[in-house]
Ligand binder design. Structure first.
Ligand SMILES: C[S@@+](CC[C@H](N)C(=O)[O-])C[C@H]1O[C@@H](n2cnc3c(N)ncnc32)[C@H](O)[C@@H]1O
Length: 220
């Protein structure tokens, strides 16, 4: 699906304000790993000494490489091709909601490659916002999310995975805008049918944060 969505040169169109918010959440400098990097647009804003990106989609990895990143194809839920404690920061932005069945395996690998005292930054669609929850829920008649199994996340479900590993987590809610560039996932008639409900719910939920961010410090 992401190979198809990234058929052009961009997966999402992020306004400068959203890119600045994302950058501010990620500690700058040092060795950064960008998990599920997409087209590399966000990573391209980082000031790091070493920026490594990977994605399960070959098309996304090649776009990230075209933006100057050391990018490779890898699966976050399998063994990662990096040494233990190789990174000062691991950023995992908008990826975990695709990997609900594999969180244990993913966290084990992210924890292994992050150095003690390093930061794990997670950003995800916030299921506490009804608009986000219902437009992403699998089987929802007003689903607009492109994949049929990418439910938004309640941060309360994620935090135990971090606390169980001794991480100190800080949770914030934030609004990040990023429009999907390839829009033709659903046929036109479906989009027209859903539009009144989607727009009504968007109006009702206006002002509520669409994402949450967790910045979690690994014990030193
Ligand atoms: C919603 S996009 C987010 C892209 C980018 N991080 C951003 O915030 O713009 C999700 C990305 O996760 C990637 N992805 C999904 N499953 C993955 C996996 N198992 N391992 C690595 N990347 C994965 C997809 O290919 C896609 O690029």
């Amino acid at each position: 699906m992401f190979d198809r969505l990234a058929a052009g040169s961009c997966l999402y169109d992020y306004p400068a304000e959203s890119l600045a918010k994302l950058k501010a959440l990620v500690p700058q400098g040092g060795r950064v790993l960008d998990v599920g990097c997409g087209d590399g647009t966000i990573g391209a804003t980082f000031d790091s000494d070493l920026h490594v990106s990977f994605d399960i989609s070959p098309r996304c990895a090649s776009l990230a490489a075209s933006r100057g990143q050391a990018a490779l194809v890898a699966d976050a839920a399998s063994g990662l091709p990096f040494a233990d404690a190789a990174f000062d920061t691991v950023a995992c932005m908008d990826v975990l909601h695709h990997l609900g069945q594999a969180w244990d395996a993913v966290f084990s690998e992210l924890d292994r490659v992050l150095r003690p005292g390093g930061a794990l930054v997670i950003i995800e669609p916030d299921a506490r916002n009804p608009f986000v929850r219902w437009t992403q829920a699998p089987g929802s008649p007003i689903r607009v999310a492109p994949c049929d199994d990418e439910p938004a996340i309640d941060p309360a479900a994620l935090l135990p995975h971090l606390e169980g590993r001794g991480y100190a987590s800080e949770l914030t809610a934030t609004n990040i805008d990023g429009a999907q560039v390839e829009r033709a996932v659903f046929p036109l008639w479906q989009r027209l049918l859903k539009a009144p409900f989607v727009l009504g719910l968007a109006w009702w939920c206006r002002g509520r944060p669409s994402k949450f961010a967790i910045v979690a410090r690994k014990p030193a």
